[in-house]
Design a protein around this ligand. Structure first.
Ligand code: ATP
Length: 213
């Protein structure tokens, strides 16, 4: 899985996250990135373990991967890679962009997608300067995390890269859904209809995921 990308399409998005589980906010952001940046493909990359999150994912890698597959099944431009799940240790974005960049080839322009809640963490990301040279960082506005946070980036990145990040940002705000809220609702027996695709909700119920939060 994840080695046969449609690299000839030239502009490829990489969307990393825990996806525990994937939800409609993720799908909205990916669709907006596809449209805004005329991407040929977006590769969802579930993390084995995110460096900036203390807690381990609640669902196994297999379940998270399966739920992504169900959520993106109807969208030919969306694919999934298990490269971070296979790589031992914490999942650093720079390693993923280097690895997928090699597979996609030098002619492919890479766009790495993050929600605006991640901007404050960016300076602490491993090799963030090199990362900003290897790809365009696409920051998607998430309710509660205004894009004003981009103004703090000049302390950490060269001015022309900051300008590129600002130009590439997705300003239309996505829904306020979070994976934490999805897990909480399942844990307290409430409906998650409208927060995740139906196929994902059915998968969570069938496999009894997130019953204990
Ligand atoms: P959790 O609630 O468990 O922390 P999450 O909902 O933030 O999870 P992640 O899988 O950690 O989901 O997110 C992956 C990426 O998607 C991150 O860059 C995050 O900022 C972004 N993201 C998640 N939900 C949204 C949303 N509703 N709008 C915009 N970006 C989002």
């Amino acid at each position: 899985m994840g080695t046969e990308f449609r690299s000839q399409l030239g502009r490829v998005g990489i969307f990393g996250g825990t996806f525990d589980p994937i939800h409609n906010g993720h799908l909205e952001v990916a669709s907006a990135a596809l449209r805004t940046h005329c991407l040929g493909e977006i590769i969802f990359v579930p993390a084995r373990r995110q460096p900036h999150k203390d807690a381990r994912p609640k669902a196994s890698a297999e379940h998270r991967l399966a739920m992504i597959g169900l959520a993106i099944g109807g969208t030919p431009a969306f694919s999934v890679s298990d490269c971070e799940l296979k790589r031992p240790g914490k999942s650093f974005t720079i390693d993923t962009v280097r690895e997928l960049g090699q597979q996609l080839g030098q002619a492919t322009e890479i766009f790495f997608i993050v929600g605006s809640d991640s901007v404050s963490d960016l300076p602490a990301w491993r090799d963030v300067r090199e990362l900003s040279n290897l790809c365009t960082l696409v920051v998607a506005a998430r309710p509660g995390w205004p894009l004003d946070s981009l103004d703090a980036l000049p302390h950490h990145l060269p001015a022309e890269r900051v300008a590129a990040v600002k130009r590439a940002a997705i300003r239309s705000t996505s829904s306020a859904v979070s994976a934490t809220e999805v897990r909480r609702r399942v844990g307290s027996g409430r409906s998650i209809a409208g927060l995740v695709p139906d196929a994902v909700a059915n998968y969570i119920a069938r496999n009894k995921l997130y019953r204990v939060t």
